[in-house]
Design a binder for this molecule. Sequence first.
Ligand SMILES: NC(=O)c1ccc[n+]([C@@H]2O[C@H](COP(=O)([O-])OP(=O)(O)OC[C@H]3O[C@@H](n4cnc5c(N)ncnc54)[C@H](OP(=O)(O)O)[C@@H]3O)[C@@H](O)[C@H]2O)c1
Length: 171
Amino acid sequence: MNLIVAVDKNWAIGKDNRLLVQIPADMKSFRKQTVGKVIVMGRRTLESFPGGVPLRDRQNIVLTKQEKYQGKGALMVHSLEALLEELKKYPSEDIYVIGGDSVYKQLLSYCDTAYVTKIDFAYEADAYFPNLDALPEWEITEESEEQTYFDLEYYFLKYEKKSVREKTADF
Ligand SMILES: NC(=O)c1ccc[n+]([C@@H]2O[C@H](COP(=O)([O-])OP(=O)(O)OC[C@H]3O[C@@H](n4cnc5c(N)ncnc54)[C@H](OP(=O)(O)O)[C@@H]3O)[C@@H](O)[C@H]2O)c1
């Protein structure tokens, strides 16, 4: 299972249920990566989209505890257990966790690949992603050249979880 996220230099991801910044090339990359795939999100992230509607050309799966919540075409699931059962229907490599804070934290341990847009700026924020650089099981396996958007610098990074085989081969 994959996850995709844009973080600032402190691994912040949002404020007041909005993204910290919208970088057009990052949005384009997100679309390219997720179109035709299954995207998993929390109810607050769905509501942060323009019009609160699901993202087009993707199977949207949304977590909420509210049984009667109308997801405007998204598939609603009401617990982590129900989500994991639903996700068995899809190849793991086609599943992308897209946020937010609470959903990333619950699903990080199920993911083996993380596509991280790292923005070299510290924003005021109230939503965060776990610092993958501080988690020994994660390593950067691909790193783009420096990208720029006006005076912002950012990078596209791919993190992968070290395999069990690699870990046991250490000694
Ligand atoms: N930078 C990025 O790449 C990125 C990506 C996505 C989001 N974000 C940001 O992240 C922030 C939102 O994160 P958030 O943590 O507040 O919200 P969230 O994770 O998007 O949604 C939280 C909601 O999901 C539902 N939920 C979560 N776990 C559940 C479970 N196990 N069972 C049933 N329902 C569950 C609950 O909905 P109910 O309350 O309806 O029960 C909960 O209130 C925003 O600022 C957003 O812009 C950033």
